[in-house]
Ligand binder design. Structure first.
Ligand SMILES: *Cc1c(COP(=O)(O)O)cnc(C)c1O
Length: 398
């Protein structure tokens, strides 16, 4: 369990409070609020007997330190009572690949939603294929209809809610009910909402992973991944992590811990600003459609309202038909929206994307050029002014 700060409250703390109190042990840190960054490989054992018995609070650098434990305690508290443990990985993609390698074996069948993060798909089609594991992609809106895709050797279902480019919202409880009836595990890439806004382990997910590079880190300065699992899946995950030798660097662990302490205020702002910008964009004459499950008009809104307590700052827009050159002029004109991959930091971003480059189970025909925006922590009036200039440049280039 986490080492609570001060006296133990009799009622469970709210998530925002737990983000502040969990994983703290000031007595062990000579009174300092934060743990030191333990740079360590070797851990010394006081006696031969202790060494033989591997008797020590920490046994070896790869297996954890007080710094990693503090972060794991915070994340475990955030995931809720279903969480049996949290593994740390050097990137979000490493968290996904470690999870899949920990869970699957040769001859297994894996179901993956068609809107999955593209490098995840590359891993399934590449290394998993080489290992004799077959992947089948499904429509993210399939719901309980996923039942017909199950085979006797289907071992796991991987969902992403919502997809981080096209924002379709899968019905996780419906998918999980089928998967569990078939004795398969459910894995959720929960990077978009984080466990603060989406407690996926409470909704039937067995393994919830995140690219902590995004909102947990929150400052565009680390690569990091986390794997949270329930009691059923945690033995597989912890064993997989050990066998693969997966661990994260101590400075990045510390920065993830530092980032997660302010997750609730940052995400609340991303939620507010993201929705405000989404509504503003929906009313623009240049925009055909906004893909944001927090909007009442979005097809995924009902599920979002049921399963999520907030939205992050990432969503997409479909522009009315325009040549690529004119869209590029918009991209080159905006200044507050940087062009770059990743998201979840304090700054706004914009990129063009085309899901058709990789989809196989579903057809993507948005009807116009698509842009993905990350709404950062800037003032939204400034962001609107910036996009106004971008839209003016787009119109001039038509
Ligand atoms: C960024 C991202 C990842 C991969 O994380 P990295 O830390 O970049 O490896 C995985 N899933 C989603 C949804 C992401 O956005």
């Amino acid at each position: 369990m986490d080492s609570s700060h001060g006296s133990r409250p009799s009622t469970p703390q709210q998530p925002e409070t737990r983000l502040v109190t969990a994983g703290r042990d000031p007595k062990a840190q000579k009174g300092f609020v934060n743990p030191p960054v333990f740079h360590g490989s070797t851990v010394l054992y006081p006696t031969a007997e202790d060494l033989h018995a591997h008797r020590a609070e920490f046994t070896y650098g790869r297996h954890g330190s007080p710094t990693t434990r503090a972060l794991q305690d915070v994340l475990k508290g955030l995931e809720g009572p279903q969480c049996a443990g949290v593994g740390l990985a050097p990137s979000g993609l490493a968290a996904i690949t470690t999870t899949l390698l920990a869970v699957l074996k040769t001859g297994d069948h894996l179901l993956v939603c068609d809107n999955v993060y593209r490098p995840t798909r590359n891993f399934c089609n590449g290394m998993l294929t080489r290992l004799g594991i077959t992947t089948e992609y499904f429509d993210p809106l399939i719901g309980a209809g996923i039942e017909k895709l199950f085979k006797p050797n289907t071992r796991a279902v991987l969902v992403e809610a919502p997809g981080s480019q096209s924002f379709e919202m899968p019905d996780i409880p419906a998918i999980a009910a089928v998967a569990h009836a078939k004795d398969a595990l459910v894995i959720d890439d929960n990077t978009w909402a984080t466990p603060l806004f989406h407690r996926s382990l409470d909704l039937g997910v067995d393994i919830s992973m995140q690219a902590a590079t995004k909102y947990i880190g929150g400052h565009s300065d680390i690569m990091f991944g986390t794997i949270s699992a329930n009691a059923k899946a945690w033995p597989l995950i912890t064993d997989g992590i050990r066998q693969l030798g997966v661990c994260a660097g101590p400075d990045d662990v510390y920065l993830a811990l530092r980032g997660v302490r302010t997750l609730s205020v940052r995400l609340a702002q991303h939620h507010r600003s993201g929705l405000e910008m989404a509504r503003w964009l929906a009313a623009r004459p240049e925009v055909a459609r906004v893909l944001h499950p927090g909007l009442e008009t979005d097809p995924g809104h009902t599920i979002w309202k049921r399963d999520f307590t907030g939205a992050s700052g990432l969503f997409s827009i479909v522009l009315k038909p325009a040549p690529q050159k004119a869209v590029d002029t918009l991209l080159d004109t905006v200044k507050l929206f940087g062009m770059g991959f990743s998201w979840g930091g304090f700054e706004s971003l914009i990129i063009p994307f085309d899901c058709n480059e990789y989809r196989t189970a579903t057809k993507w025909s948005p009807g116009g050029p698509t842009l993905r925006l990350h709404i950062g922590l800037e003032n939204t009036d400034d962001l609107k002014t910036d996009l106004d200039r971008g839209f003016a440049a787009l119109k001039a280039a038509l």
